[in-house]
Every structure is written in structure tokens, then in C-alpha cells.
Ligand binder design. Structure first.
Ligand code: MLT
Length: 272
């Protein structure tokens, strides 16, 4: 499938994205601290009648993307407003909107801002809760690692959590791609996102009010957002289904692209 790289000026500045297919839109939001490229396996297998759009969140990825907003001040709401501005720029009123991990946190923020934009929701390897105090301490430590060692030190720290042991051992490609995405980002973009992660609100009270069809996906071996948490989140979402991706860690779409794309395709076909 032909994947194109595009950018347009929006009300909030230029936005860049990867796109494939034609038809009903699905917007895919990437994880921390990656780029839209993490969605390439899904962009390569867009079901008939669908248009997949994967933006680079503010500061991440392509040079045309928006710069971080003055260091540490960015929030999930900012990323969500950028996505709304992109939708407006593309004249897309409503779409299925999905995200993996941090992308899911952005999707929750976007749903709070503008629920009418959602024809469906995909929550992959993500959680509704805010960071715990322990989690926030970990973020503070990661900022120090970033300040001293740069993006490659963040990659060293995160790779064992992002990918399952098998993927790191046997799937050299997934590990290589993940590291390359992390190292392609600026320290400023990563630092701003850490702040946004730490400050994000608890989305759990929103779950019962999310009325669109929702797919919850989680890698069987996800250590960052484990299966039990995905099950709990799914039970609280009124119109949801859960798919566990066998043998996948946190970046389930990269580790087991065929299973992930099948779950996504089945959801799009069944619910929309
Ligand atoms: C992600 O994959 O986006 C991050 O691991 C999210 C997080 O650390 O909460």
C-alpha cells in the first residue's frame, strides 16, 4: 500500500502526518517517545474503504511538525487540540480516533474536548488512570536521564519496557525501528511530553460516558499497561470489546502487526 508523507498549515501551526488508503477516516496517535512511523505496519494494510491518518504529535517526528511549546508547558490537551486542528484542516468532521499508550491519553483528552468528533475509539496498550506518585518519581528520573544522556539514553531505559523479551531477542527489526524513532526526536520534544504525561488527569471518570463503539487492545506481555488494567478499563466502557494480542509487549502493533491489524480491521468492519 502506498504510504504518503504530508503536511499542511493548521490554525495551530504546521502539522505533518503519514497517510494511506481512501474512504472513512481513522486517526492513529502514536506512543511516547515515538513518531507516526510506529503505525507503518497498519498503514501498509488499510482495509478497503478506509483512510488511515497518523500524525506526528507536537514536536515529534518530521521537521515540519509543530515545535514544543516553551519547554515544559505542554499538556495532553495541547496535543488533542493539534489533532482537532488537523482534522479541521483536512475537513474531517468526525473519525474513528485511536491511540497507543500516550496516544490513548491524547484520545481521552480529545474526547473530553470534542466527543462529537468520534465515530469510534481505539484504545491500545493504554490506561485511563493518571500517574501514581511513584510513576511521577519515575518520570522525574527520566527527565534527568534525558538531560544527561539524551534520547539514546531514554531509548536504553525504555526499550526493555516497550518490547517483549522475545521481540528484543529475535525481532531485531522492531527493536531497531523503535530505537531509531526515539533517537530521531529532539530532547525538547521528549522533555515536553514527559511533563504532559506527568500532569495528565485521570480519565477513569469519563469511561462510563464514552458512548461510541470502542476497541480496547493490549499485548499479552505488556508490562507498562498490563492486560488486567485493560480488562478493567474495558468493563467500564459501555460499548467496548477487548482483544489481547498473543505474544506482544507494549508496542503490540509493531510486535505482532498481523494480529493487531486483524483486530483493528474486524472492529472497523463490525462496528462502523
Ligand atoms: C507510551 O508508550 O506512550 C508510554 O509508555 C506511556 C507512559 O509511560 O505512560
Amino acid at each position: 500500500m502506498n504510504i504518503t508523507q504530508q503536511s499542511i498549515p493548521t490554525a495551530r501551526g504546521p502539522m505533518a502526518w503519514l497517510e494511506a488508503g481512501a474512504g472513512w477516516p481513522l486517526i492513529l496517535l502514536h506512543a511516547f517517545p515515538l513518531t507516526a512511523d510506529m503505525w507503518r505496519p497498519q498503514l501498509e494494510q488499510v482495509p478497503q474503504g478506509w483512510r488511515f491518518i497518523a500524525p506526528d504529535l507536537r514536536g515529534f517526528g518530521r521537521a515540519q511538525s509543530l515545535p514544543p511549546k516553551g519547554g515544559s508547558q505542554i499538556t495532553m490537551d495541547d496535543y488533542a487540540q493539534d489533532v482537532c486542528a488537523l482534522m479541521d484542516g483536512l475537513k474531517i468532521g468526525e473519525a474513528v480516533i485511536g491511540g497507543l499508550s500516550m496516544g490513548g491519553y491524547v484520545a481521552f483528552a480529545l474526547h473530553r474536548q470534542s466527543p462529537s468528533r468520534f465515530t469510534g475509539l481505539v484504545l491500545a496498550d493504554t490506561r485511563s488512570q493518571a500517574d501514581t506518585p511513584l510513576g511521577r518519581d519515575g518520570r522525574a528520573r527520566m527527565r534527568e536521564v534525558l538531560a544527561t544522556g539524551g534520547p539514546s539514553a531514554v531509548a536504553d531505559q525504555m526499550l526493555p519496557k516497550l518490547l517483549s523479551e522475545a521481540a528484543r531477542r529475535d525481532g531485531a527489526e522492531a527493536a531497531h525501528l523503535t530505537r531509531a524513532m526515539i533517537e530521531s526526536n529532539t530532547p525538547e520534544a521528549i522533555d515536553a511530553a514527559i511533563f504532559a504525561l506527568m500532569e495528565r488527569p485521570d480519565s477513569t471518570p469519563d469511561l462510563a460516558g464514552i458512548s461510541c463503539a470502542t476497541l480496547v487492545v493490549v499485548g499479552e506481555l505488556d508490562e507498562i499497561t498490563p492486560v488486567a488494567e485493560a480488562q478493567e478499563m474495558q468493563r467500564a466502557l459501555p460499548r467496548s470489546t477487548l482483544t489481547v494480542i498473543p505474544g506482544a509487549g507494549h508496542l503490540s502493533n509493531l510486535e505482532q502487526p498481523a494480529s493487531f491489524s486483524r483486530a483493528l480491521g474486524d472492529f472497523l468492519l463490525a462496528h462502523l
